[in-house]
Design a protein around this ligand. Structure first.
Ligand code: HEC
Ligand code: HEC
Length: 226
């Protein structure tokens, strides 16, 4: 059997499997309306309890005691918007975010968490400061982040993520202070379609329109914003 044929037989097999298992939809991400309803029902978070959970559930071993990861490769959670942290934890729990083997670590970590637990850790991380960093800026990257690029239908990152990368409505994450390696990896996951948790599919499209160099420069730009 030639290779192409083998692949299509395999793919057909997979779609037949998906049809035979209606409880296993191909995509477990939130739809925009589901996301709105989920955020509207988000419990009020208790940051004191969240701090305890960060230790007790071992989140701190990877994300740090205050949500600042000890390795620059792993995601910082400090100062993240509570809605985005909450949504991300639900994405992992629902199996909607399995873009890479690292996401499986998270799927295991959130297994027994209740929605209240998620809201509590989200409140804790949001209350924690980012580490001090020296500011550095690059005019071209700043232009792209703040104003976008009409020719490529690239909306300004700032229009959703905020002028200071502080995050926005509807579970739009803060980007300020994120580890550059985690930022770049995430953008590439969107670009390749491995990560499809963006309810409006915006990030997948934007990531496809950026060059790798621009992604790396945006990662550095946001890492030093405060
Ligand atoms: C073994 C290490 C490890 C442990 C333990 C761990 N995490 Fe993570 N976490 C990661 C990695 C790696 C990622 C990025 C995974 C990916 O690419 O999807 C991540 C991602 C996240 C994200 C999404 C960040 C973003 O910017 O999208 C949140 C929120 C999070 N973790 C919270 C937690 C909480 C809460 C706990 C404890 C219940 C926890 N993590 C335990 C390693 C860990
Ligand atoms: C139309 C609004 C919008 C615009 C414009 C936008 N984003 Fe996003 N971005 C989002 C939303 C919403 C999410 C969360 C999606 C999800 O849950 O997967 C997100 C997620 C991200 C993430 C993942 C963060 C994390 O911690 O996992 C990164 C990185 C990111 N955006 C960077 C950018 C950059 C760089 C630009 C500009 C080139 C940009 N975004 C433009 C709405 C937007």
């Amino acid at each position: 059997m030639n290779r192409l044929l083998a692949i299509s037989v395999f793919t057909l097999g997979l779609s037949a499997f998906a049809q035979a298992n209606p409880t296993q939809p191909a995509k477990l991400g939130f739809t925009p309306s589901e996301l709105r309803a989920t955020l509207a029902a988000m419990p009020k978070g208790d940051s004191v309890r969240g701090k305890r959970l960060n230790q007790a559930l071992m989140c701190a071993s990877c994300h740090g005691e205050t949500g600042v990861a000890p390795s620059r490769n792993w995601a910082n959670l400090a100062k993240q918007t509570p809605a985005y942290t909450y949504k991300s934890l639900l994405d992992y729990q629902r199996g909607g975010r399995l873009e890479n083997p690292r996401a499986r670590l998270m799927q295991a970590a959130v297994k027994g968490m209740s929605r209240q637990d998620m809201a509590d850790v989200a409140a804790y991380y949001a209350s924690q400061p980012l580490p001090e960093r020296a500011a550095r800026s690059n005019a071209r990257t700043e232009q792209l982040a703040r104003h976008g690029d009409r020719k490529r239908l690239l909306t300004a990152c700032a229009s959703c993520h905020g002028a200071a990368g502080q995050g926005g409505n509807n579970a739009t994450p803060a980007l300020a202070g994120q580890n550059p390696a985690a930022f770049t990896r995430t953008m590439l996951d969107y670009r390749e379609g491995h990560r499809a948790t963006d309810a409006n599919q915006g990030m997948r499209q934007f990531a496809q329109r950026l060059t790798l160099q621009e992604i790396n420069e945006l990662a550095t730009y946001y890492a030093v914003l405060e």
